[in-house]
Ligand binder design. Structure first.
Ligand SMILES: *Cc1c(COP(=O)(O)O)cnc(C)c1O
Length: 417
């Protein structure tokens, strides 16, 4: 028998799991690809590799049109899009479903764009009828672009982009459609060209499984034509030379982000050429459904526990926002990190950090390089934490999640005789 007075073991030792919605878990292959001496930026391996990277960057967003990359994070991607889309005084309509649409609006406003926000709150999807009505009312076509998030990472609401395109078409409005896919890219299904999107923004550190530091702006030919010569388009942000550089340095308007590029190369090889985008989306779908099934079970008979987004059709497959009752969300996050090596996401935008209610929200990320055992492990650790902390929760969550994984898995390989 173990001495009951012996110190308790530290069960967090082992490989930690960062289950926050960015930065996401990175494959060791991506990290290893970056581990090299600085390359020559004028000739050789780096410029040769980058020539092949651009077609794959287009493919990951589902476009055959243009892409510009920047050294930056998601905020830089917003500014890159704004600088090219708008001139000072232009009008933009922002559809917000949480926190990040509002932040994109602030970024555009600070650059002198006339921004109108339609705020749908933190747990409801965009109301397409309201958008259509608003666009119909703009009889002079003042609104130059509609900006929205594909997934708002704070609320985990996913916007139905084809439905938004249809609403814009029904209103016969000429505005360009610009979509923030920073959370959703390479997690939630996304088809820029098929869905009629003009501008897509993303960054490297979420579904693209690469360290923070690369920002991407994909743009349609229509956007390229309509956005020439704007007064916000300074040389650094100009998407033209970045998308069609005459010389290698123009991809970056300066020194290339050398090591990030080798990491991104490996990540895109894994996503596009080994797994395939359809399979990547399907994997995130199953993992997301496992998380939802667990919350449904924990929350049965426990109204303190529940998912933020009621309708699965409007939920992200990259991240799940949930409530656990204050202060239990904070207690649980602290427990899983310090006792079991799993870091969960804070609740964002659901209450002010100074409000005690803030401690009732958390997020579970399932974006990037994640698989069944990681998701089941995170859920198991959450259940252990709720048990340790006496947080009331319904039974059967892990069995429900396991069932989702079992039914989502591929058929087993036959055992060789
Ligand atoms: C993470 C995120 C951002 C901000 O990205 P940063 O790299 O932190 O600047 C913007 N929009 C969405 C939807 C995000 O998930």
């Amino acid at each position: 028998m173990r001495d009951t007075n012996a110190p308790k073991p530290d069960l967090s030792r082992g490989r930690p799991y960062l289950a926050i919605p960015g930065p996401s878990v990175m494959p060791d292959r991506v990290l290893a690809a970056m581990h090299r001496a600085a390359p020559n930026i004028y000739a050789g391996a780096l410029p040769e590799m980058v020539a092949g990277l651009w077609p794959d960057l287009r493919a990951v967003a589902g476009t055959a049109q243009h892409v510009a990359a920047y050294i930056g994070n998601g905020h830089a991607a917003w500014e890159g899009a704004n600088a090219n889309l708008f001139s000072r005084g232009d009008h933009a309509l922002v559809l917000a479903t949480g926190r990040f649409g509002l932040s994109w609006a602030e970024s555009a406003r600070a650059m002198g764009v006339n921004v109108e926000v339609m705020d749908f709150g933190t747990s409801s999807p965009v109301d397409m009828n309201r958008v259509e009505d608003r666009l119909r009312a703009d009889t002079t076509g003042q609104i130059k672009a509609v900006l929205t998030t594909h997934v708002d990472t704070a609320s985990s609401i996913r916007t139905n982009i084809p439905a938004l395109r249809a609403a814009m078409d029904a209103a016969r409005h000429p505005a360009l459609l610009a979509v923030d896919c920073i959370a959703s890219m390479a997690c939630d299904e996304y088809r820029m060209d098929d869905w009629g999107v003009d501008v897509t923004v993303a960054a490297s550190q979420k579904g693209l499984m690469t360290p923070p530091g690369l920002a991407f702006v994909w743009f349609s030919e229509a956007a390229r034509q309509r956005c020439k010569g704007g007064d916000l388009c300074t040389p650094y942000w100009n998407w033209g030379p970045r998308a069609e550089p005459a010389e290698f340095w123009q991809y970056w308007c300066g020194t290339a982000p050398t090591h990030h590029l080798f990491g991104l190369r490996e990540a895109l090889t894994m996503l596009l050429h080994e797994e395939g985008m359809e399979a990547v989306w399907a994997r995130h779908e199953v993992l997301a459904r496992a998380v939802w099934a667990a919350f449904d079970a924990w929350g049965a008979g426990n109204p303190r526990i529940g998912l933020n987004v009621a309708d699965p059709a409007h939920r992200s497959r990259a991240v799940t926002a949930a409530r656990l009752g204050a202060p239990d969300a904070t207690r649980l996050r602290d427990w899983t990190e310090t006792q079991a090596g799993v870091t969960l996401g804070i609740g964002l935008g659901m209450a002010a950090p100074s409000d005690p209610a803030w401690h009732g929200f958390l997020r579970v990320a399932h974006m990037g390089h994640v698989n069944a055992h990681m998701t089941l492990g995170a859920l198991g650790v959450m259940e252990a934490g709720m048990t340790a902390l006496d947080i009331p929760h319904g039974p059967g969550a892990l069995a429900a999640a396991a069932k989702v994984i079992a039914s989502g898995a591929r058929p087993s390989r036959p055992i060789p005789p």
